[in-house]
Design a protein around this ligand. Structure first.
Ligand code: SAM
Length: 183
């Protein structure tokens, strides 16, 4: 979509197989295997960074946001999509099959989770971090970003998407737009 909009797109991911898939899909112009904490780019190289469903899988979110700020031009834009921190709340329920072993974990803690989800004959292993909204916003603040928009998209319920019905009642994703402030 960014290419269609006329952007010169650079894609990064630390996993070689996933980057290979991006190359096969011709999703960018340039590609780099790198973690968000060590972006192989000069300071102020980009007008726009998109972190699409990545930050909840990153160990050091504040470090990743500092690095994103470094490679963004002043007044540059950062778009973030994350799993909504409220969507992780069910992991805290003691009755949930994959509840964290620490029974006193709260919404306010940063919590590791691993779970398997079966759907339509496929089993997928999900692992990542659940943390409160304040942790993401604190990381943005300390890296020098100002949030300019926030959206809570709902699932479109068209035919064949009944499995998504709960996400028309609860938020699944959170979208943020932030501007890089002058240092
Ligand atoms: C849920 S997937 C999303 C992939 C893709 N953005 C999408 O929406 O289809 C999370 C991605 O984050 C990547 N990732 C994990 N840790 C990372 C890190 N430290 N820095 C950058 N990317 C990371 C994973 O390799 C994986 O491709």
């Amino acid at each position: 979509m960014l290419k269609t909009c006329g952007y010169q797109v650079t894609a990064i991911d630390p996993v070689a197989e996933l980057l290979k898939a991006a190359v096969q899909a011709q999703s960018a112009h340039d590609y780099a295997i790198a973690p968000a904490s060590e972006l192989p780019f000069e300071n102020e190289s980009f007008d726009l960074v998109v972190a699409y469903n990545v930050l909840m899988d990153v160990v050091d979110v504040p470090g990743a946001l500092r690095e994103i700020r470094r490679v963004l031009r002043k007044e540059g834009t950062l778009f973030i999509s994350i799993v909504h921190p409220l969507a992780d709340l069910e992991l805290l329920a003691e009755t949930a099959p994959n509840a964290p072993s620490e029974p006193r974990a709260t919404y306010f803690d940063r919590r590791r989770f691993e779970t398997k989800i079966e759907s339509r004959g496929l089993t997928m292993h999900f692992a990542g971090w659940a943390q409160p909204l304040e942790a993401y916003v604190g990381g943005l603040e300390s890296a020098g970003f100002a949030i300019t928009s926030l959206r809570e998209p709902t699932a479109g319920l068209t035919e064949g998407r009944d499995h998504m019905s709960r996400w028309s009642r609860f938020p699944l994703f959170l979208w943020l737009k932030a501007r890089a402030l002058a240092a």
